[in-house]
Design a protein around this ligand. Structure first.
Ligand code: ZN
Length: 287
């Protein structure tokens, strides 16, 4: 007796089941990097040191002492005050980004310890609407600063932003003045503000709280500036120098204090907090 031949099934059109996003290509050196390896390496290319964007949650995990982060104002969400109906309804966009990122808006704020020092920490997330600053981002930054002033502790803001949020018009521009005023009161109380600029930090955010740090730190090769290069070129009618608006260029021209590799950021912040407090592991003491 012949055994029945097994039935053949067509495989020609079957897609192989490869999960998407398993590999990432480095835009600088072309290296294919296993996603998990990239995450383990703090989202830095091991071959060329390119700093990939980090989410706010990843950033907080990389900076705060383990288990010390307590989020504030987590449920604050933007509303469509101006009934914006331009390219896409604002409320629809908000919902899409909330679903995609798991965030309520483009920033996460909270209290934590870094190297044993109490700080108020705010971290922007570029994956949420280009981390544009609307009323919620501005309000959360302001509250993070005010909390620091109240508790007499330093504030650290990790910025990344495409600028003001056009969907909120003048209300988003108002946030520039509001955040700057809160920082002025924090400074008046003799408390330090460390500003960390990541790729890209531009426009209304750069022109307000991001550039007001007592110490301004940037990640390597970050794009930092106010208007884009094309606008500046057309306005000034001049050729722009090479590397214009990179961290390295700005450091050379005195607009930054330090460029710090992501792997050394936590230690650098910790040392600065220690220096400012003059007291290891204790609550900050205002001068
Ligand atoms: Zn690379």
């Amino acid at each position: 007796m012949f055994e029945k031949k097994p039935k053949l099934t067509a495989t020609k059109n079957k897609k192989r089941d490869i999960p998407s996003g398993l590999w990432v290509k480095c835009a600088d050196c072309g290296e294919m990097i296993f996603s998990k390896e990239l995450s383990k390496n703090l989202k830095v290319c091991a071959k060329c040191n390119r700093h990939f964007p980090m989410t706010a949650r990843e950033r907080i995990a990389s900076l705060a002492d383990e288990g010390t982060f307590h989020e504030t104002d987590a449920d604050m969400v933007s509303v469509d005050t101006l009934k914006f109906t331009g390219m896409a309804a604002y409320t629809e966009r908000l919902k899409t980004y909330q679903r995609q990122t798991g965030l309520a808006d483009a920033i996460v704020t909270g209290l934590c310890k870094i190297g044993g020092h109490d700080v108020s920490l705010a971290v922007m997330d570029f994956s949420f609407l280009g981390a544009s600053m609307g009323s919620v981002v501005g309000e959360k930054v302001t509250r993070a600063i005010e909390k620091a002033t109240e508790l007499k502790i330093p504030v650290i803001i990790v910025s990344a932003s495409g600028g003001a949020r056009m969907y909120e018009g003048i209300l988003s521009l108002m946030q520039m003045a509001k955040t700057s005023a809160a920082l002025a009161l924090h400074a008046k109380a003799g408390l330090p503000y460390l500003s960390v600029l990541t790729h890209p930090t531009t426009a209304g955010v750069m022109a307000s709280f991001a550039s007001l740090g007592d110490v301004i730190i940037a990640e390597p090769k970050a794009l930092i500036g106010f208007a884009g290069p094309r606008v500046i070129k057309e306005t000034t009618q001049q050729e722009l120098p090479e590397g214009f608006q990179t961290s390295e260029f700005l450091l050379e021209h005195g607009l930054l204090d330090l460029i710090v590799h992501r792997k050394e950021l936590r230690d650098t912040l910790s040392k600065m907090l220690q220096y400012f407090s003059g007291n290891s592991g204790c609550k900050f003491k205002a001068a």
